[in-house]
Design a binder for this molecule. Structure first.
Ligand code: 13P
Length: 252
């Protein structure tokens, strides 16, 4: 049975005190969503300790949105995997399309980041997805395959066993335009096949999350699909009711 996961990527939103309030709201309303759903919140670095405090004693996990490719040292402005792990993070989002697009993250950088994450006991939530031009040119399968092969296929079987993947078509992020449930299923099944070609039966256990304008009103339809194991949520993760409402998509 694959893990069901709803992860919130807060991106560069909220101030620390607001983030702590949001986390408290999620904890307070946690019981409105099915117990078997694993919730993860990924606030900005600056909020991690306050949010960790707010989540204490709950079953909601903490994650960060990025980590440095290097272990430590003279890398002004960077935040290391060891630092976020020390603040209580269990997860780290890596390879988000906004990092690839605006900060030039390549597979080469992501291989280093993945290694740092695993070295500090963090579980990566590795993001893949094509942009609109690639989708329209029918290249989405090739793009996603390359993003998997260039990074995930370098993992050891032990590392792969803990991995979470998020498929986020760039054209669906923050646009209100969600992939249809059939489009999501088609590419999630494809991703699982690429993983199975490398890692065999272990691929059946990898949670593959969908991200891109996922909200309470469309979560149930997406999560009903065989290979859609949850969501990576942006905008709708900033309201406790909506975030947990997406988790309720598993109950329907
Ligand atoms: P939205 O849910 O705001 O479309 O963002 C998705 C996303 O990028 C999550 O990482």
């Amino acid at each position: 049975m694959r893990k069901k996961i709803v992860a919130g990527n807060w991106k560069m939103n909220t101030l620390p005190a607001e983030g702590a309030e949001l986390a408290k709201g999620i904890v307070a309303q946690r019981a409105t969503a099915p117990a078997e759903v694993n919730f993860i919140v990924c606030p900005p670095f600056t909020h991690l300790s306050q949010v960790a405090e707010a989540l204490k004693g709950s079953n909601i996990a903490l994650g960060a949105q990025n980590c440095a490719a290097e272990e430590k040292g003279a890398y002004t402005g960077e935040v290391s995997a060891a630092m976020i792990a020390a603040l209580g993070c269990r997860y780290v989002i890596l390879g988000h399309s906004e990092r690839r697009q605006y900060y030039g993250e390549t597979s080469e950088t992501l291989n280093l980041k993945m290694a740092r994450a695993y070295a500090h006991g963090l579980t990566p939530v590795y993001c893949v997805g094509e942009n609109l031009e690639e989708r329209e040119a029918g290249k989405h399968f090739d793009v996603v395959k390359a993003q998997i092969e260039e990074v995930v296929c370098n993992l050891t079987p032990e590392q792969f066993a803990g991995l979470v993947i998020a498929y986020e078509p760039v054209w669906a992020i923050g646009t209100g335009k969600t992939a249809t449930a059939d489009q999501a299923q088609e590419i999630h099944a494809f991703i699982r096949k690429v993983l199975a070609d490398k890692f065999g039966a272990a691929a059946a256990e990898t949670p593959i999350l969908y991200g891109g304008s996922c909200k309470p009103s469309n979560a149930a339809e997406l999560f009903a699909k065989e290979d859609v194991d949850g969501g990576l949520i942006g905008g709708a993760a900033l309201k406790a009711e909506d975030f947990l409402g997406i988790g309720q998509g598993f109950a329907k």
